[in-house]
Design a binder for this molecule. Structure first.
Ligand code: DGL
Length: 260
């Protein structure tokens, strides 16, 4: 961790719009004065790309944030967090936090028994990186199943948050699994969290990157938040109006109160 100055203005980076699920948790917690969001909408999805490409894109995103004098960067994208964090951190004076470590911390708070079945879902690149699996194994969790569930990304992009296609896709991926906990290892999956929990008869605990990041900021960074309302600025490498429309839909009232 690098020397601290008061963290008022942060950046949030994602491969596209999905990181808004993390922004939602940050706005609800009202921890910062300002959030600058950059979604690389011109090049999403990252989850099907190889490690070198993901690192290159992530380093290019840092160039964008050079214009904003941020105090901290949150990489909301699980794919980037799993593959490019050390390379990004080398380039920056400020701290960069990914979502994998906070997700693992959140899981340890919720699952006490190391034999409990844990399901990890994410993009091809996230699951292929072994990032969640190796950290959980190092903590003694023995009963891990990790599956790439990239079709969920497309369904969420199509706003198919419920319905027969989603149900069939869950059946295809999950079959008759009955995990105790599911790590939602992708920015898009919180949008279908209710359906995933319901597929597992609401007897599963799900780990949401946004909530995990907020907890991490509170416990590891002792950030409790400003009195004022967080201001949100949204930027995209392509079609920023499309990103703003998704933000209105996903963030609801939080969008109006943080952008006016
Ligand atoms: N943001 C990505 C993640 O959380 C999902 C979308 C993509 O493949 O770029 O892994």
């Amino acid at each position: 961790m690098k020397p601290r100055k008061k963290i008022r203005k942060i950046g949030v980076f994602d491969s596209g719009a999905g990181g808004l699920s993390v922004v939602k948790s940050l706005l609800e917690a009202n921890l910062f004065e300002q959030i600058v969001y950059f979604g690389d909408t011109a090049r999403v999805p990252y989850g099907i790309k190889d490690k070198n490409t993901i690192i290159r894109y992530a380093l290019e995103a840092l160039e964008f944030f050079k214009n904003f004098d941020i105090d901290l960067l949150i990489t909301a994208c699980n794919t980037v967090s799993a593959h490019a964090l050390p390379e990004m951190q080398e380039q920056c004076e400020y701290d960069i936090i990914g979502v994998v470590e906070p997700g693992v911390e959140a899981l340890t708070q919720k699952v006490a028994f190391k034999d409990d079945p844990i399901l990890i879902i994410g993009t091809n690149a996230t699951i292929g990186s072994n990032a969640y699996q190796s950290k959980l194994q190092a903590l003694g969790y023995r009963n891990l199943t990790a599956i790439p569930t990239g079709l969920f990304v497309s369904l969420v992009e199509e706003q198919l948050f419920e319905g027969p296609i989603l149900e069939e896709t869950m059946k295809h991926y999950f079959g008759d699994m009955q995990p105790s906990a599911v790590v939602l290892g992708c920015t898009h999956f919180p949008l279908i969290r209710d359906r995933i929990e319901s597929y597992f008869n609401n007897s599963v605990c799900s780990i949401h990157s946004g909530d995990a990041i907020v907890e991490h900021l509170r416990t590891k960074y002792s950030i409790t938040g400003p009195a004022a309302q967080t201001r949100l600025e949204l930027f995209a490498s392509e079609n920023p109006d499309g990103l703003k429309n998704i933000a209105k839909l996903w963030l609801g009232d939080l969008y109006d109160s943080s952008t006016c």
